[in-house]
Design a binder for this molecule. Structure first.
Ligand code: AMP
Ligand code: FES
Ligand code: ZN
Length: 333
């Protein structure tokens, strides 16, 4: 599962370049990667420059690192967050020298999968010389994500896992005194979720789909998504071009979920309407978001009675969720 340097040899077949004749748009050398949405082919070196410039522009456009001192980068081991930690490392070195990066990882305790995630994260962060903090759910909290299989969340395990990851990445970033929490959410993820939210008319949730979620509570760290304008493919190519390890296996707890079906649907639409994802995201950001933000009130956060972290109600969604684990444990004994 840990991809090795061997990968360079089969780059071409996975890079979308058809045949041997494609030339790099920028330097004219033989191209290694083809970007359908931009209708251009690039060599490895020019692709790296193109990618890093694009992430830099996204960061600047949204003021993601304005006055930032310490950025916690959430790394799962998947291609997006591996690309994220590498590109941020490069940009901090070149353009944001005042910023300090720390990597954080939540070990979800999924047998045969989490060990691989952790190995990739440790290798990538070790090679970059980055400080890495791991929160091991089994060791620190006494449960792993598979334990939700014994609760009513069995059928919505990804949702439960999402709540756990959001809670612990925020808490780790807060405890590390980071003023930003960077995640690897990309354009494809964002459009897939937005598509569903617009269909449902979930206005409050649509408003939360932003490149930056500024903190509204001292214990809530501002979340930034520097890869929000980069596609799945671009992140994958960056990992290949930089010859980084990444996890390729899918989580064993996720079946043919609604999310995967939606992914295929968006791919089909993109096939018929080239540039659909970019257009949809831009329309959301420029046309809808500013109007919706005026009408939807920002929820007021209190502190959870159980754990003291930010919460919408008396008890936060994480504490409600994990109390179900305890109930399942009690009913089994
Ligand atoms: P996902 O929710 O799995 O699509 O992941 C979205 C982003 O959340 C990733 O790109 C990472 O930045 C972060 N993330 C997901 N899983 C973990 C994890 N186990 N540890 C740390 N960060 C994670
Ligand atoms: Fe969260 Fe599999 S990684 S359910
Ligand atoms: Zn709580």
């Amino acid at each position: 599962m840990l991809e090795s340097r061997r990968r360079r040899s089969n780059t071409r077949s996975r890079s979308g370049v058809r045949g041997l004749k494609a030339r790099c748009r920028f330097c004219g050398r033989e191209a290694s990667y083809h970007l359908d949405h931009a209708r251009m082919s690039l060599c490895s070196e020019c692709f790296i420059k193109y990618y890093e410039r694009k992430v830099y522009k996204t960061i600047q456009k949204h003021g993601m690192l304005r006055k930032a001192r310490r950025v916690a980068v959430a790394v799962s081991g998947g291609k997006d967050s591996v690309a994220l930690v590498k590109v941020l490392h490069e940009l901090v070195r070149e353009k944001f020298q005042e910023v300090e990066l720390v990597a954080i990882h939540v070990d979800l305790g999924i047998p045969g999968y989490s060990e691989e995630c952790r190995r990739v994260v440790e290798k990538v962060c070790g090679d970059l010389g980055l400080e890495l903090h791991v929160h091991d759910l089994k060791k620190a909290e006494g449960y792993g994500i598979p334990d939700f299989m014994n609760t009513p969340f069995r059928r919505r395990i990804c949702g439960a896992c999402g709540t756990v990851k959001r809670y612990h990445t925020n808490r780790m970033a807060y405890q590390l005194e980071a003023d930003r929490l960077a995640t690897g959410h990309n354009l494809d993820d964002t459009v897939e979720i937005l598509f569903e939210l617009y269909l449902k008319g979930a206005v409050e949730e649509i408003v939360r789909m932003r490149p930056v979620s500024w903190s509204s509570h001292p214990k809530l760290v501002t979340r930034i998504k520097p890869l929000i304008e980069l596609t799945d493919r671009e992140n994958f190519f960056y990992v290949l071009a930089q010859d980084l390890p990444m996890l390729e296996a899918r989580c064993p707890l996720v079946g043919e979920s609604r999310m995967l079906r939606r992914k295929k649907l968006i791919e089909e639409i993109e096939g018929r309407i080239p540039g659909f994802r970019h257009t949809f995201y831009k329309t959301h950001l420029k046309r809808f978001l500013p109007r919706l933000e005026k009408t939807v009130e920002e929820p007021r956060l209190a502190e959870c009675e159980v754990c003291g972290m930010p919460s919408l109600g008396r008890v936060c969604s994480y504490c409600k969720l994990t109390s179900k684990l305890r109930r399942a444990e009690i009913s089994r004994t």
